[in-house]
Design a protein around this ligand. Structure first.
Ligand code: ZN
Ligand code: ZN
Length: 198
């Protein structure tokens, strides 16, 4: 399959990759929609690519895209049907942790006590390709009434904003004011907040 790689310095490469096959506990999604989050622009623009941002990179090009949404086309050994089944419409949360610590088991793999093993779309193959492999425990079912494009947006950017609103107990009828300091300070803060949640 072809995959899109953020090569740094505002360059994009389309390279050949083997079609993924699921290992134990893993699944393969056929991607229907793959979003572009603000964080992707960091990988796209950075001189030297994601490695220059402090990520521990593998020694091969990595497929970009961390807002995956699609349909399950392969399920690996040991994945119970209630967790993942062929044909299921899913969003994917783009971190892989140890899978067993208190944070991982409550859906916060980005806070894994062992350290994050992979950030899909940055240090592990993401969704800018036909297929993507990931652990079954990183999936979120996409309800039938939501489109794949909506699911992709929810997978990171919109989900991040929703998480903050949910914690504040805000609803559509509320009016809120958002203040920010200077532009560079604002960008630093928003970047930190985004990565804290995902
Ligand atoms: Zn993102
Ligand atoms: Zn963990």
């Amino acid at each position: 399959m072809k995959g899109v790689v953020f090569a740094g310095d505002r360059k994009i490469e389309i390279l050949d990759f083997p079609d993924p096959a699921p290992g134990p506990g893993e699944v393969v999604l056929e991607i229907e929609s793959s979003g572009m989050c603000g964080s992707d622009l960091k990988y796209y623009r950075a001189v030297g690519g994601a490695a220059s941002l402090g990520f521990k990179m593998p020694d091969h090009p990595v497929i970009g895209g961390h807002e995956p949404c699609g349909v399950l086309v392969a399920v690996g050994a040991g994945v119970p049907e209630k967790q993942a089944r062929i044909g299921q419409r899913v969003m994917q949360h783009h971190y892989r942790g140890c899978g067993v610590c208190p944070h991982c088991t409550t859906g916060w793999q980005q806070l894994c006590v062992e350290g994050v093993a992979e950030v899909y779309g940055a240090t592990g193959h993401g969704a800018h390709a036909r297929y993507m492999k990931c652990p079954a425990n990183t999936l979120v079912t996409l309800p039938d009434e939501l489109s794949f494009d909506t699911g992709a947006a929810i997978s990171c950017g919109t989900g991040t904003a929703w998480g903050a609103l949910e914690r504040l107990g805000l609803r559509g009828e509320h009016t809120i004011a958002i203040s920010a300091r200077g532009r560079s300070d604002c960008r630093r803060r928003s970047s930190r907040a985004k990565w804290a949640r995902g």
